[in-house]
Design a binder for this molecule. Sequence first.
Ligand SMILES: [Zn+2]
Ligand SMILES: [Zn+2]
Length: 166
Amino acid sequence: MNATALVLQVGFVLKENIGFTREFEYQIPELIFADGHTVTNLGLKMSAIRTPLGLELDGIVSSDHIANCSRCLKELPTRINGPLIETFHYPAKQDEEFIITEGGEMDLGPLVRELLVVSEPSHILCQTDCQGLCATCGSNKNTENCDCESDNIDPRLAILKSLLDN
Ligand SMILES: [Zn+2]
Ligand SMILES: [Zn+2]
């Protein structure tokens, strides 16, 4: 599916009184955003509340994601979850980022894309004691024993070691 799957027709909610709430829930196996980025098992669950400004959204977006261990770069399948809290303005004002068209269309694509990016974990380890990659030869120290060990020694310890060696 392409990102037009996230263009919702919400005209019927806008016709309701202030305070009216409608729940939306979507599960999309694969979605390709306008910029080509593809996500799998996208989940979107939110309430849309009619307010004087338009629609206030309150919910959660989630998707499957392949993260890399921060130390050894091993691929780790994870699930991203991020809060979706935003107001889509109606009637639209020019300076607002998120708007609903006169025809009642609300495009969640750019917002969901942005939320999934900011929700990616920035620091993740394959195991708490991951040994990482050798800075000298690049081998994975969890599975290989290279001979570069002494080159990786903490500079402060290196001074101590040179004293001991003499
Ligand atoms: Zn690792
Ligand atoms: Zn090495």
